[in-house]
Write a protein that binds this ligand. Structure first.
Ligand code: GAR
Length: 193
């Protein structure tokens, strides 16, 4: 049996988490194959990253479509054509709608830069700083119709200890880049065994 899980990575921006996943695959500790990088922002840096490592990518502009349903139908067609088994959200700043949620039930995961349920939604790190929270962290969770509300798969937290935003952000990214590929590997192994 082919043991590489076929994934699509959805990202809206820099793509450092996409890079961490691609690096883990290349280093041989994540048994997956990135079939497609999808972005809703045609200028996103993640596209440059994908190009550099010869990974197929697809950019679309949501406002070119009548509705979320119509662009998700288009994406679903592409993903199914490529045999994509899991959708991995890595800084994709859009809610997933019923078309993809139904097609990929319990097969869509997200990473979020807070210890959910604290600070869901946009700018979770800014929210953490504004609240003068004692702890910050990262959550990997299944995606449902809500905003960062799906079942939690893994979490890691650390003490803010008066650190400034830059320090907290760097720590969060360092955690994310280890935690996301490692969590995906556990998840994929569980699912195929
Ligand atoms: C990451 O910190 C990720 O946790 C966050 O966006 C950043 C993307 O960085 N996601 C969310 O806030 C989702 N609600 P990257 O583009 O460098 O991977």
């Amino acid at each position: 049996m082919e043991n590489k899980t076929k994934i699509a990575v959805f990202a809206s921006g820099n793509g450092s988490n996409f890079q961490a996943i691609a690096d883990a695959i290349q280093q041989g500790w994540l048994d997956a194959e990135i079939m497609l990088v999808v972005t809703d922002r045609p200028g996103a840096y993640v596209l440059e990253r994908a190009k550099k490592i010869d990974t197929a990518s697809f950019a679309f502009t949501p406002s070119d479509f009548d509705s979320k349903q119509s662009y998700e139908e288009m994406l679903k067609g592409k993903l199914q054509h490529l045999g994509v088994e899991w959708i991995v959200l890595a800084g994709f700043m859009r809610l997933i709608g019923p078309v993809l949620l139904d097609a990929y039930e319990n097969r869509i995961v997200n990473i979020h830069p807070s210890v959910l349920p604290a600070f869901p939604g946009k700018d979770a790190i800014g929210q953490t700083m504004a609240a003068r929270a004692e702890t910050a962290g990262v959550t990997v969770h299944f995606v449902d119709a809500g905003m960062d509300t799906g079942n939690i798969i893994a979490q890691q937290s650390f003490q803010v200890n008066g650190g400034d935003r830059e320090t907290v952000e760097n720590e969060i990214h360092a955690i994310e880049h280890r935690m996301y590929p490692a969590t995906l590997q556990l998840l994929f192994k569980e699912t195929i065994s």
